[in-house]
Design a protein around this ligand. Structure first.
Ligand SMILES: C[S@@+](CC[C@H](N)C(=O)[O-])C[C@H]1O[C@@H](n2cnc3c(N)ncnc32)[C@H](O)[C@@H]1O
Ligand SMILES: [Zn+2]
Length: 287
């Protein structure tokens, strides 16, 4: 873990059990001076999960799909070489820049459900699993951060995997500073996928409703209808063709033939109906 993240955690963390900020940091442990809870480190990563979350999450992590996730994250699957079928109809790069770039060297963005990818060097990953590039192990339903403390929070493809998405968004609202940014991207028309479990997807309206306490800056669909249909077709092969090699061949052939059609989504960038047939939706706002 870099020194910037270490300083950030010492300043911002609180006890997930009692929310006290009176923490004592030892080399191997964090001790809450209010409720005496002790939290250990695994390879320099603090495990800040409260007792209730631990019970629920352990069950999830050790469910079948949880195992798949752990396996995939720890030994990434060899990807089948198929062209990408996604064409984004919004400027994700521009949006990401707005909440990740800052003159201040200490500026850190919390990525809830983040890792194993590191989005930017100042993006700190929080996850329920101690995967590669995860900096804090904690439950999104009970963030181990002080209220009104963080500058910026992002969550990508996470709200569909949590049991209580409204609670997760409320936690983000609690820990964000006034004026802090929130960015979330969540599936709408996507097939069932685990990690560790898949509870719900969101329409644009439902997603905006989750974030109603924030002031909206920009929201919308992530892809147009062509990408959505193409991705669902490829999901069909992934989910229903049992034979491994047959599945690979069909995926390579169909994706190679279909992917040029995704560019037709260029014409749906400004279409007011795009939110009706999109793979996902996003919300960018401020507290
Ligand atoms: C589909 S993956 C997305 C990973 C990453 N955000 C990305 O965009 O590549 C969903 C992630 O959410 C994490 N997650 C699920 N439930 C969580 C919870 N209650 N608290 C923290 N992370 C959670 C999972 O462990 C998993 O890594
Ligand atoms: Zn405590």
């Amino acid at each position: 873990m870099n020194n910037n993240f270490r300083r950030f955690l010492r300043k911002m963390l609180c006890c997930p059990e009692c929310h006290s900020s009176k923490l004592k940091f030892n080399t191997h442990k964090i001790i809450c001076l209010s409720c005496r809870s002790k939290y250990r480190f695994i390879n320099d990563v603090p495990i800040l999960v409260d007792t209730t979350s631990k019970k629920i999450l352990q069950k999830e992590l050790f469910s079948t799909s949880g195992y798949v996730m752990v396996k995939e994250y720890i030994e990434p699957k060899k990807h089948i070489p198929v062209p990408d079928l996604t064409f984004n109809i919004f400027d994700r790069k521009k949006l990401h820049k707005l909440f990740t770039h800052n003159e201040n060297e200490d500026y850190v963005v919390l990525n809830v459900g983040g890792g194993p990818k590191r989005e930017e060097k100042n993006v700190l990953n929080l996850n329920i699993g101690p995967f590669p590039n995860v900096d804090v192990v904690a439950d999104a339903h009970n963030l181990p951060f002080r209220s009104d403390s963080l500058d910026s929070i992002m969550m990508a493809a996470v709200l569909e995997h949590v049991q209580n998405p409204q609670k997760v968004v409320e936690e983000a609202f609690r820990v964000l500073k006034k004026g802090g940014f929130i960015y979330a991207e969540t599936p709408f028309l996507q097939h069932f996928h685990g990690y560790p479990d898949h509870y719900q997807n969101f329409t644009l309206i439902g997603h905006n409703f989750l974030f109603r306490k924030f002031t909206k800056i920009e929201t919308g669909p992530t892809t147009g209808p062509f990408s959505t249909i193409l991705i669902l077709i490829s999901n069909f092969f992934d989910d229903f063709i049992e034979h491994k090699y047959m599945r690979k061949i069909l995926l390579i052939l169909t994706c190679s033939f279909l992917y040029p059609f995704k560019y037709l989504d260029i014409f749906f960038k400004k279409n007011l109906n795009s939110y009706k047939l999109t793979t996902g939706v996003y919300f960018f706002g401020v507290k």
